[in-house]
Design a protein around this ligand. Structure first.
Ligand code: NAI
Ligand code: 13P
Length: 332
């Protein structure tokens, strides 16, 4: 059966996903939506995204790449969402529940929808009536930049319908991509959201002058905090040491490519949030997510000292040095 997939978003991860899908040899048709018309024209002419991962050759026919989301949605069976969570509502403006009926929706987003305080699966279910059996999550420790370099990477595809997850996973496997199937969409999504916040914390620590010794303690506390939260919100039997949880935390907290760690590092060095955001042409999801998590955790009351420290620094203008010193007293 020929699968038809529409990728939504024009950033690094969308570009990497288009590459993985195109390099995979199973029979499929790929469509690609982005809001930036100039970028679309550039890709039509030159076969490269001018703004993100511009070395990647785009092997999708020009007529399948456009700014007309509705027509690209009607053409596909699988809709792969890849815009940062803060811009998801804007991207889907004008799209109705009817447009999405019977589609499989894959979220590659590692964020929470602001104002709604919902992870993407919940948002799709509550706002568009998409049944969870039609929702998939694409996650795992994987930076877009390493996909561009074809470095061996592992992705987790989660869905309550694991046969569906396996069907989508089969469209991603290549020489450099291996896939793992899971049924834990809540844990996979929340784990990916939280690790972004911990990567910001890791960057802040580096920025204010802590070393590798401290960072290792921070990260081992972070995985315990992540486990406490995820097990409270969605208590099922899961092994937090799996790549989708611990692996994603490690890659983001330690990688030179991480947007979240880079952002945190700038904050630790004294940049304001605005100036750090302006300096980066990329989005640090953890900045938006920590505010949402702060709200969501009011219902759950999980002990989350790392998230609270990052929240105080980013949203209450508390001093990074002060917050990290205070946090250090609570780590073990
Ligand atoms: N980059 C990566 O290695 C990975 C990213 N992700 C996730 O993928 C999602 C997309 O992130 P990236 O592709 O990394 O983003 P990016 O930082 O590379 O690109 C920014 C994206 O945001 C859009 N954007 C920026 N300002 C906007 C605005 N005001 N209104 C609407 N759109 C705006 C840009 O058009 C672009 O598509 C995020 O949830 C991220 O956590 C997940 C795995 C890996
Ligand atoms: O999710 C990622 C790696 O798995 C990417 O993290 P950053 O957004 O911090 O670059």
């Amino acid at each position: 059966m020929r699968n038809k997939i529409t990728v939504v978003g024009g950033g690094s991860w969308a570009t990497a996903n288009v590459k993985m899908l195109a390099d995979n040899t199973t029979d499929k048709e790929i469509f690609w939506w982005m809001r930036n018309e100039q970028a679309v024209e550039h890709i039509h002419k030159f076969g490269h995204n001018p703004n993100y991962l511009s070395s990647v050759e785009i092997k999708v026919p020009s007529q399948n790449i456009s700014t007309d989301l509705k027509s690209l949605i009607s053409a596909c069976d699988f809709l792969l969402l890849n815009v940062p969570a803060a811009f998801l509502k804007e991207a889907l403006e004008g799209v109705t529940a009817d447009d999405l009926k019977d589609k499989y929706i894959v979220s590659a987003i590692k964020g929470i929808v602001p104002d709604e305080n919902l992870i993407i699966g919940e948002f799709l279910n509550q706002h568009y009536g998409i049944p969870f059996s039609h929702i998939l999550v694409l996650s795992g420790p994987c930076h877009a930049e390493e996909v561009a370099l074809e470095k061996l990477s592992y992705l987790t595809i989660a869905s309550p319908d694991t046969a569906l997850a396996a069907r989508f996973a089969a469209m991603l496997n290549t020489r450099y991509i291996k896939t793992i199937v899971s049924d834990d969409i809540y844990g996979t999504e929340y784990g990916a959201v939280l690790k972004n916040v911990y990567a910001i914390a890791s960057g802040i620590c580096h920025g204010v002058g802590y070393g590798d010794n401290f960072q290792s303690v921070l990260i081992s506390n972070a995985i315990r905090e992540l486990e406490r939260f995820v097990d409270t919100v969605h208590p099922i039997d899961r092994d937090i040491k799996e790549s989708a949880y611990l692996g994603d935390l490690l890659v983001t907290a330690y990688s030179q490519f991480s947007r979240n760690r880079t952002f945190g590092n700038m904050i630790g060095k004294g940049y304001t949030v605005k100036s750090a955001q302006l300096e980066m042409n990329m989005i640090a999801e953890g900045y938006y997510a920590v505010n949402c998590l702060h709200q969501v955790n009011k219902q759950h009351n999980v002990e989350m000292p790392i998230c609270e420290a990052v929240y105080s620094i980013l949203y209450k203008k508390s001093s990074p040095v002060f917050e990290m010193r205070k946090l250090a007293e609570k780590l073990s």
